[in-house]
Ligand binder design. Structure first.
Ligand SMILES: O=P(O)(O)OC[C@H]1O[C@H](O[C@H]2O[C@H](CO)[C@@H](O)[C@H](O)[C@H]2O)[C@H](O)[C@@H](O)[C@@H]1O
Length: 226
C-alpha cells in the first residue's frame, strides 16, 4: 500500500508541473488507480491475519474470512466507475490508523508508523484533503503521525480537529474542532474504571482509555479464557 501511494504521489508530482487543472485532476486519478493495483493483496493479507489473531477460535475466524471477502468485494474492481462518478467532485481521503498506516502489534502503545508511510501520507495530503479516523484518542493518533496538515477524528469520530494554523491550504477549515460528547466524559471515565476492575484478574487483558470511548484489548489473553 505504501509503495502504491508513493507511486501515485510521485506520478502526480511528475505529471502536474505547468499543467492545467483538468490535467492535474487526471494525473491525481491515475495515481489513485495505480495505487490500488500495486499492493491490494498485501493489505488484504495483513487484514486477514489480524482477524485470525483476534478471533476467539481460529476455525470460526477462517469461516468469517471467506464469507467477508465474498460479501465485500474490492472497490478497486469498480475503479473506472468510481472515477466516472467522481468527475468534477472533490476527492477526500479518509484513512484508518491501526492495521492501515501502522502494523498491528501486541502492545497498542507501540503501533508506530514508519517514516516511509509518514512521507507518503504527507504527499497524499498535498493532493487531497486527508483525514485519519480512528477508535483511538485523537491526541494519541496525532503523536504517532505528527503531521499538522491532516484532519484527525479520534474516539470513532467523537473528537474531530482540522489542520493546524498554517498547516493546510484548506484555510476555511483551520479552526475546526468538534467534540459533541463532552458532557459524557465523566461517564466514560467511570466505565473505564469499572472495566479496569473487571479485567484485573484476566492475564493479558488491557483497558485503553480513548477519551470519548474505551477499548478492552484481548489480543494477549489465552483463547481458553475468552
Ligand atoms: O477503529 P480503529 O481505528 O481501527 O481502532 C481500533 C482499535 O485500534 C487499536 O487497537 C488495534 O491495534 C493495536 C495496535 O496494533 C492492537 O494491539 C489491537 O489488538 C488492535 O485492536 C487501538 O489501540 C484501540 O484503542 C482501537 O479501538
Amino acid at each position: 500500500m505504501v509503495r502504491f501511494i508513493e507511486e501515485i504521489t510521485k506520478t502526480v508530482e511528475k505529471e502536474t508541473g505547468n499543467k492545467s487543472n483538468t490535467d492535474v485532476a487526471t494525473a491525481k486519478k491515475k495515481v489513485l488507480q495505480d495505487l490500488i493495483i500495486n499492493d491490494g493483496g498485501g493489505l488484504i493479507n495483513s487484514w486477514v491475519d489480524s482477524m485470525r489473531a483476534c478471533s476467539p477460535t481460529h476455525l470460526k475466524s477462517l469461516m468469517k474470512q471467506s464469507s467477508w471477502l465474498t460479501e465485500h468485494p474490492s472497490a478497486l474492481d469498480m475503479f473506472e466507475e468510481i472515477l466516472h462518478v467522481s468527475e468534477g467532485k472533490q476527492i477526500v481521503m479518509f484513512l484508518d490508523y491501526d492495521g492501515t498506516l501502522s502494523p498491528i502489534v501486541d502492545d497498542p502503545d507501540r503501533a508506530f508508523m514508519s517514516k516511509k508511510m509518514r512521507r507518503t501520507v504527507r504527499k497524499l495530503a498535498n493532493c487531497f484533503p486527508t483525514a485519519i479516523v480512528s477508535g483511538r484518542c485523537r491526541e494519541k493518533v496525532y503523536n504517532f503521525v505528527k503531521l499538522t496538515e491532516l484532519y484527525y477524528a479520534g474516539s470513532h469520530g467523537m473528537d474531530i480537529k482540522g489542520p493546524e494554523q498554517g498547516g493546510s491550504k484548506y484555510k476555511e477549515d483551520q479552526s475546526l474542532l468538534c467534540q459533541p460528547a463532552t458532557e459524557f466524559l465523566p461517564m466514560v471515565d467511570e466505565v473505564y474504571q469499572k472495566l479496569i476492575e473487571k479485567t484485573r484478574l484476566t492475564p493479558g487483558a488491557k483497558v485503553e482509555n480513548n477519551k470519548f470511548c474505551v477499548s478492552v484489548h484481548f489480543r494477549r489473553v489465552d483463547e481458553k479464557v475468552l
